[in-house]
Design a protein around this ligand. Structure first.
Ligand code: MG
Length: 396
Protein backbone atom coordinates (compact mmCIF):
# COMPACT_ATOMS: atom_id res chain seq x y z
CA UNK A 1 0.00 0.00 0.00
CA UNK A 2 1.22 3.48 -0.83
CA UNK A 3 1.38 6.08 1.91
CA UNK A 4 0.53 9.55 0.65
CA UNK A 5 2.66 12.43 1.95
CA UNK A 6 1.98 16.18 2.13
CA UNK A 7 5.14 18.26 2.51
CA UNK A 8 4.55 21.69 4.01
CA UNK A 9 7.56 23.98 3.93
CA UNK A 10 8.71 21.92 0.97
CA UNK A 11 11.39 24.32 -0.28
CA UNK A 12 13.24 24.47 3.07
CA UNK A 13 15.88 22.15 4.45
CA UNK A 14 13.45 19.56 5.90
CA UNK A 15 11.15 19.78 2.87
CA UNK A 16 13.84 19.13 0.29
CA UNK A 17 15.22 16.24 2.36
CA UNK A 18 11.72 14.75 2.66
CA UNK A 19 11.47 14.71 -1.14
CA UNK A 20 14.81 12.86 -1.24
CA UNK A 21 13.65 10.32 1.35
CA UNK A 22 10.40 9.61 -0.50
CA UNK A 23 12.33 9.21 -3.76
CA UNK A 24 14.30 6.40 -2.10
CA UNK A 25 11.16 4.22 -1.82
CA UNK A 26 8.67 5.32 -4.49
CA UNK A 27 6.69 2.05 -4.23
CA UNK A 28 5.67 2.81 -0.67
CA UNK A 29 5.51 6.59 -0.52
CA UNK A 30 4.05 9.19 -2.85
CA UNK A 31 4.03 12.95 -2.39
CA UNK A 32 0.56 14.22 -3.20
CA UNK A 33 0.87 17.80 -1.99
CA UNK A 34 3.65 20.39 -1.77
CA UNK A 35 3.32 23.71 0.02
CA UNK A 36 5.64 26.65 0.63
CA UNK A 37 5.50 30.16 2.06
CA UNK A 38 6.97 32.42 -0.62
CA UNK A 39 9.62 30.50 -2.59
CA UNK A 40 7.47 30.19 -5.70
CA UNK A 41 10.18 29.35 -8.24
CA UNK A 42 11.63 26.58 -6.12
CA UNK A 43 8.11 25.24 -5.55
CA UNK A 44 7.44 25.21 -9.30
CA UNK A 45 10.67 23.25 -9.89
CA UNK A 46 9.65 20.75 -7.21
CA UNK A 47 6.14 20.38 -8.66
CA UNK A 48 7.59 19.65 -12.12
CA UNK A 49 9.87 16.97 -10.67
CA UNK A 50 7.52 15.39 -8.10
CA UNK A 51 4.14 15.81 -9.88
CA UNK A 52 1.93 16.24 -6.80
CA UNK A 53 -1.84 16.56 -7.14
CA UNK A 54 -1.91 19.81 -5.14
CA UNK A 55 0.48 22.73 -4.66
CA UNK A 56 -0.07 25.59 -2.23
CA UNK A 57 1.62 28.89 -1.50
CA UNK A 58 0.93 31.02 1.58
CA UNK A 59 1.58 34.31 -0.19
CA UNK A 60 -1.66 34.79 -2.15
CA UNK A 61 -0.01 37.34 -4.44
CA UNK A 62 2.08 34.52 -5.95
CA UNK A 63 -0.90 32.37 -6.98
CA UNK A 64 -0.87 33.28 -10.69
CA UNK A 65 2.86 32.80 -11.05
CA UNK A 66 2.57 29.38 -9.37
CA UNK A 67 -0.42 28.33 -11.49
CA UNK A 68 1.42 29.31 -14.69
CA UNK A 69 4.48 27.27 -13.77
CA UNK A 70 3.15 23.95 -12.50
CA UNK A 71 2.17 20.99 -14.72
CA UNK A 72 -1.30 21.14 -16.23
CA UNK A 73 -3.97 19.57 -14.03
CA UNK A 74 -2.24 20.42 -10.74
CA UNK A 75 -4.63 21.96 -8.20
CA UNK A 76 -3.29 25.31 -6.98
CA UNK A 77 -4.17 26.75 -3.57
CA UNK A 78 -3.01 30.09 -2.20
CA UNK A 79 -3.38 32.23 0.90
CA UNK A 80 -2.86 32.05 4.62
CA UNK A 81 -5.24 29.10 5.09
CA UNK A 82 -3.81 27.04 2.25
CA UNK A 83 -0.96 25.42 4.18
CA UNK A 84 -3.26 24.10 6.91
CA UNK A 85 -5.64 22.82 4.25
CA UNK A 86 -2.82 20.89 2.56
CA UNK A 87 -1.78 19.47 5.93
CA UNK A 88 -5.02 17.47 6.05
CA UNK A 89 -4.78 16.09 2.51
CA UNK A 90 -2.49 13.05 2.87
CA UNK A 91 -1.87 10.08 5.18
CA UNK A 92 1.17 11.88 6.63
CA UNK A 93 1.99 15.57 6.75
CA UNK A 94 5.63 16.58 7.17
CA UNK A 95 5.61 20.00 8.83
CA UNK A 96 8.90 21.66 7.91
CA UNK A 97 7.70 25.25 8.26
CA UNK A 98 10.07 27.58 10.14
CA UNK A 99 8.90 29.12 13.42
CA UNK A 100 5.51 29.95 14.91
CA UNK A 101 4.04 30.14 11.39
CA UNK A 102 3.94 26.33 11.49
CA UNK A 103 1.15 26.23 14.09
CA UNK A 104 -1.85 26.13 11.69
CA UNK A 105 -0.17 23.26 9.84
CA UNK A 106 0.32 21.25 13.04
CA UNK A 107 -3.30 21.84 14.05
CA UNK A 108 -4.68 21.30 10.54
CA UNK A 109 -3.06 17.86 10.32
CA UNK A 110 -3.89 16.60 13.83
CA UNK A 111 -7.46 17.92 13.77
CA UNK A 112 -7.99 16.01 10.51
CA UNK A 113 -6.98 12.83 12.34
CA UNK A 114 -3.80 12.31 10.33
CA UNK A 115 -0.20 11.52 11.18
CA UNK A 116 1.96 14.56 11.77
CA UNK A 117 5.68 14.16 11.12
CA UNK A 118 6.76 17.17 13.12
CA UNK A 119 9.95 19.06 12.35
CA UNK A 120 8.42 22.44 13.30
CA UNK A 121 9.10 22.40 17.05
CA UNK A 122 7.93 25.99 17.63
CA UNK A 123 4.26 25.10 17.11
CA UNK A 124 4.43 22.49 19.85
CA UNK A 125 6.46 24.68 22.20
CA UNK A 126 4.36 27.81 21.88
CA UNK A 127 0.98 26.09 21.81
CA UNK A 128 1.60 22.95 23.88
CA UNK A 129 -1.86 22.58 25.47
CA UNK A 130 -3.63 23.43 22.21
CA UNK A 131 -1.61 20.81 20.36
CA UNK A 132 -2.19 18.25 23.13
CA UNK A 133 -5.94 18.64 22.65
CA UNK A 134 -5.57 18.26 18.87
CA UNK A 135 -3.51 15.08 19.43
CA UNK A 136 -6.56 13.48 21.02
CA UNK A 137 -8.47 13.64 17.72
CA UNK A 138 -9.28 10.05 16.67
CA UNK A 139 -6.66 8.89 14.17
CA UNK A 140 -4.29 11.75 14.95
CA UNK A 141 -0.71 10.79 15.67
CA UNK A 142 2.43 12.83 16.25
CA UNK A 143 5.78 11.31 15.33
CA UNK A 144 8.73 13.63 15.92
CA UNK A 145 11.20 14.41 13.13
CA UNK A 146 13.49 16.48 15.36
CA UNK A 147 16.44 14.07 15.53
CA UNK A 148 16.71 14.04 19.33
CA UNK A 149 13.03 13.33 19.80
CA UNK A 150 13.01 10.71 17.07
CA UNK A 151 15.85 9.11 19.05
CA UNK A 152 13.91 9.24 22.34
CA UNK A 153 10.82 7.88 20.56
CA UNK A 154 12.92 4.89 19.49
CA UNK A 155 14.66 4.44 22.86
CA UNK A 156 11.33 4.48 24.72
CA UNK A 157 10.21 1.55 22.64
CA UNK A 158 13.00 -0.57 24.12
CA UNK A 159 10.81 -1.30 27.14
CA UNK A 160 7.10 -2.05 27.53
CA UNK A 161 6.93 -0.65 31.05
CA UNK A 162 6.86 3.11 30.63
CA UNK A 163 6.75 3.69 34.39
CA UNK A 164 10.36 2.48 34.50
CA UNK A 165 11.68 5.45 32.55
CA UNK A 166 13.77 7.50 34.94
CA UNK A 167 15.53 10.16 32.81
CA UNK A 168 15.73 11.44 29.25
CA UNK A 169 19.10 12.74 27.99
CA UNK A 170 18.92 15.07 24.99
CA UNK A 171 22.27 15.36 23.25
CA UNK A 172 23.57 18.69 21.94
CA UNK A 173 26.44 19.15 19.50
CA UNK A 174 27.31 22.34 21.36
CA UNK A 175 27.25 24.27 18.07
CA UNK A 176 30.13 26.28 16.58
CA UNK A 177 31.00 28.01 19.88
CA UNK A 178 31.37 24.99 22.13
CA UNK A 179 34.21 25.46 24.61
CA UNK A 180 34.28 29.25 24.35
CA UNK A 181 33.89 31.44 27.43
CA UNK A 182 31.43 34.29 27.73
CA UNK A 183 34.20 36.82 27.00
CA UNK A 184 35.28 34.94 23.91
CA UNK A 185 31.74 35.17 22.55
CA UNK A 186 31.41 38.96 22.66
CA UNK A 187 32.46 39.63 19.06
CA UNK A 188 31.31 36.55 17.13
CA UNK A 189 29.89 37.29 13.67
CA UNK A 190 26.82 36.09 11.77
CA UNK A 191 29.03 33.87 9.59
CA UNK A 192 30.70 32.38 12.69
CA UNK A 193 27.28 31.52 14.13
CA UNK A 194 26.03 30.04 10.84
CA UNK A 195 29.00 27.65 10.57
CA UNK A 196 27.56 24.60 12.31
CA UNK A 197 30.16 21.84 12.80
CA UNK A 198 27.98 18.75 12.25
CA UNK A 199 24.46 19.59 10.99
CA UNK A 200 23.37 21.30 7.79
CA UNK A 201 20.15 23.22 8.56
CA UNK A 202 18.29 26.46 7.83
CA UNK A 203 19.56 29.78 9.28
CA UNK A 204 17.05 30.16 12.15
CA UNK A 205 17.72 26.77 13.71
CA UNK A 206 21.46 27.12 13.08
CA UNK A 207 21.57 30.33 15.13
CA UNK A 208 19.39 28.65 17.78
CA UNK A 209 21.94 25.87 17.80
CA UNK A 210 24.81 28.32 18.38
CA UNK A 211 23.07 29.86 21.42
CA UNK A 212 21.83 26.46 22.74
CA UNK A 213 18.30 27.89 22.51
CA UNK A 214 17.57 25.08 20.07
CA UNK A 215 18.36 22.63 22.85
CA UNK A 216 16.29 24.67 25.30
CA UNK A 217 13.33 24.57 22.90
CA UNK A 218 13.92 20.84 22.55
CA UNK A 219 13.71 20.37 26.32
CA UNK A 220 10.23 21.94 26.21
CA UNK A 221 9.43 19.87 23.11
CA UNK A 222 10.50 16.68 24.93
CA UNK A 223 8.34 17.60 27.91
CA UNK A 224 5.36 18.06 25.59
CA UNK A 225 6.00 14.90 23.59
CA UNK A 226 7.07 12.47 26.28
CA UNK A 227 6.59 14.01 29.70
CA UNK A 228 3.12 15.38 29.49
CA UNK A 229 0.60 13.12 31.20
CA UNK A 230 -1.77 13.86 28.30
CA UNK A 231 0.83 12.85 25.73
CA UNK A 232 0.96 9.59 23.84
CA UNK A 233 3.56 8.10 26.13
CA UNK A 234 1.47 8.16 29.27
CA UNK A 235 4.12 8.58 31.97
CA UNK A 236 5.11 11.48 34.10
CA UNK A 237 8.62 12.59 33.23
CA UNK A 238 8.98 16.35 33.55
CA UNK A 239 11.59 19.10 33.38
CA UNK A 240 13.45 17.70 36.42
CA UNK A 241 14.09 14.46 34.55
CA UNK A 242 15.08 15.90 31.15
CA UNK A 243 18.83 16.56 30.88
CA UNK A 244 21.02 18.08 28.19
CA UNK A 245 24.35 16.42 27.43
CA UNK A 246 26.92 17.99 25.10
CA UNK A 247 28.12 15.45 22.55
CA UNK A 248 30.15 17.14 19.78
CA UNK A 249 30.20 14.21 17.34
CA UNK A 250 26.36 14.21 16.89
CA UNK A 251 26.31 10.41 16.63
CA UNK A 252 24.21 9.66 19.72
CA UNK A 253 20.97 11.51 18.98
CA UNK A 254 19.50 11.14 22.47
CA UNK A 255 19.08 8.57 25.24
CA UNK A 256 16.64 7.19 27.78
CA UNK A 257 17.79 5.89 31.16
CA UNK A 258 15.60 3.31 32.92
CA UNK A 259 15.06 2.65 36.63
CA UNK A 260 17.66 -0.14 36.69
CA UNK A 261 20.38 2.28 35.55
CA UNK A 262 20.46 1.04 31.96
CA UNK A 263 20.73 3.72 29.25
CA UNK A 264 19.39 3.06 25.75
CA UNK A 265 20.74 5.32 23.00
CA UNK A 266 20.00 5.79 19.30
CA UNK A 267 23.04 6.22 17.05
CA UNK A 268 23.56 7.14 13.41
CA UNK A 269 25.56 9.61 11.37
CA UNK A 270 23.99 13.09 11.51
CA UNK A 271 21.42 13.23 8.71
CA UNK A 272 17.80 14.33 8.87
CA UNK A 273 16.89 11.72 6.25
CA UNK A 274 16.78 9.07 8.96
CA UNK A 275 14.27 10.75 11.33
CA UNK A 276 12.16 11.83 8.34
CA UNK A 277 12.07 8.23 7.09
CA UNK A 278 11.38 6.99 10.62
CA UNK A 279 8.36 9.29 10.96
CA UNK A 280 7.01 8.15 7.57
CA UNK A 281 7.48 4.43 8.20
CA UNK A 282 6.71 4.11 11.95
CA UNK A 283 5.92 1.54 13.40
CA UNK A 284 7.64 -0.14 10.46
CA UNK A 285 11.19 0.80 9.45
CA UNK A 286 12.25 2.54 6.27
CA UNK A 287 13.69 -0.10 3.94
CA UNK A 288 16.79 1.79 2.76
CA UNK A 289 19.43 3.06 5.20
CA UNK A 290 20.27 6.68 5.94
CA UNK A 291 23.32 7.60 8.03
CA UNK A 292 24.24 4.02 8.94
CA UNK A 293 27.50 3.95 10.91
CA UNK A 294 30.51 2.06 9.61
CA UNK A 295 31.45 0.24 12.82
CA UNK A 296 34.72 -1.04 11.34
CA UNK A 297 36.14 2.50 11.57
CA UNK A 298 37.66 3.85 14.79
CA UNK A 299 35.41 6.36 16.50
CA UNK A 300 35.52 8.41 19.68
CA UNK A 301 32.36 9.68 21.37
CA UNK A 302 32.60 12.47 23.98
CA UNK A 303 30.01 13.68 26.50
CA UNK A 304 30.04 16.62 28.92
CA UNK A 305 27.72 18.97 30.78
CA UNK A 306 26.64 22.20 29.01
CA UNK A 307 28.19 25.55 30.01
CA UNK A 308 25.10 27.44 31.14
CA UNK A 309 27.08 30.60 31.92
CA UNK A 310 28.36 31.05 28.37
CA UNK A 311 25.03 29.86 26.92
CA UNK A 312 22.26 31.33 29.11
CA UNK A 313 19.49 30.53 26.59
CA UNK A 314 19.34 26.93 27.79
CA UNK A 315 18.40 27.95 31.33
CA UNK A 316 15.90 30.55 30.04
CA UNK A 317 14.08 27.74 28.28
CA UNK A 318 13.88 25.65 31.47
CA UNK A 319 12.50 28.73 33.27
CA UNK A 320 9.83 29.29 30.60
CA UNK A 321 8.98 25.60 30.48
CA UNK A 322 8.51 25.38 34.23
CA UNK A 323 6.41 28.58 34.24
CA UNK A 324 4.12 26.93 31.69
CA UNK A 325 0.98 28.65 30.41
CA UNK A 326 1.95 31.12 27.71
CA UNK A 327 5.58 31.49 28.89
CA UNK A 328 6.97 29.06 26.28
CA UNK A 329 5.10 31.02 23.59
CA UNK A 330 6.71 34.22 24.90
CA UNK A 331 10.13 32.59 24.93
CA UNK A 332 9.82 31.28 21.40
CA UNK A 333 8.45 34.57 20.02
CA UNK A 334 11.14 36.68 21.72
CA UNK A 335 13.76 34.30 20.39
CA UNK A 336 12.43 34.53 16.82
CA UNK A 337 12.57 38.34 16.98
CA UNK A 338 16.05 38.41 18.53
CA UNK A 339 17.45 35.89 16.03
CA UNK A 340 15.91 37.82 13.15
CA UNK A 341 17.55 41.04 14.41
CA UNK A 342 20.90 39.26 14.81
CA UNK A 343 20.72 37.81 11.28
CA UNK A 344 20.06 41.32 9.95
CA UNK A 345 23.11 42.67 11.76
CA UNK A 346 21.08 44.66 14.27
CA UNK A 347 22.33 43.14 17.54
CA UNK A 348 25.33 41.20 18.79
CA UNK A 349 25.11 37.46 19.33
CA UNK A 350 25.45 37.97 23.10
CA UNK A 351 22.41 40.29 23.02
CA UNK A 352 20.09 37.45 21.95
CA UNK A 353 19.65 35.99 25.47
CA UNK A 354 19.41 39.50 26.96
CA UNK A 355 16.42 40.36 24.74
CA UNK A 356 14.73 37.05 25.59
CA UNK A 357 15.39 37.44 29.31
CA UNK A 358 13.91 40.96 29.32
CA UNK A 359 10.75 39.69 27.63
CA UNK A 360 10.45 36.63 29.86
CA UNK A 361 10.95 38.74 33.02
CA UNK A 362 7.82 40.67 32.00
CA UNK A 363 5.70 37.52 31.70
CA UNK A 364 2.41 38.18 33.38
CA UNK A 365 1.86 34.66 34.71
CA UNK A 366 -0.83 33.98 32.11
CA UNK A 367 -1.64 30.29 32.51
CA UNK A 368 -3.92 30.34 29.46
CA UNK A 369 -4.08 27.19 27.38
CA UNK A 370 -6.38 28.33 24.57
CA UNK A 371 -5.32 29.12 21.02
CA UNK A 372 -6.38 32.72 21.63
CA UNK A 373 -4.10 32.97 24.68
CA UNK A 374 -1.20 31.58 22.65
CA UNK A 375 -1.77 34.01 19.77
CA UNK A 376 -2.13 36.96 22.18
CA UNK A 377 0.98 35.88 24.06
CA UNK A 378 2.96 35.52 20.85
CA UNK A 379 1.95 39.01 19.67
CA UNK A 380 2.58 40.63 23.05
CA UNK A 381 6.00 39.02 23.42
CA UNK A 382 6.98 40.16 19.91
CA UNK A 383 5.95 43.73 20.80
CA UNK A 384 8.05 43.61 23.98
CA UNK A 385 11.00 42.18 22.05
CA UNK A 386 10.67 44.89 19.41
CA UNK A 387 10.65 47.55 22.14
CA UNK A 388 13.77 46.05 23.69
CA UNK A 389 15.46 45.87 20.29
CA UNK A 390 14.56 49.53 19.80
CA UNK A 391 16.16 50.31 23.14
CA UNK A 392 19.30 48.58 21.85
CA UNK A 393 19.17 50.91 18.82
CA UNK A 394 17.81 48.46 16.27
CA UNK A 395 15.50 49.97 13.65
CA UNK A 396 12.59 47.56 13.03
MG1 MG B 1 17.06 18.71 17.01
Amino acid sequence: MTTTVAVVGSTGSIGTQTIEVVAADPDRYRITALAAGRSVDALIDQARAVRPEVVAIADAGLRDRLAAGVPEGTTVLAGAEALAEVAAMADVCVNGVVGFAGLPVTLGCLEAGKRLALANKESLIAAGPVVQRARRTPGAELVPVDSEHAAVHQCLRANDERARVSRIQLTASGGPFRGRTRDELLDVTIDDALAHPTWSMGPKITIDSSTLMNKGLEVIEANELFGHPAGDEGFDVGFDEIDVVVHPQSIVHSMVTYSDGSTIAQLSDPTMHLPIGYALAYPDRFRSPFGAIDWTQPMTLEFSAPDTEAFPCLELAYVAGRLGGTAPAWLSAANEEAVDAFLKGGIRWVDIPLVIETVLDAHDGDAGTTLEAVLDGDAHARALATAELGRLGVAR
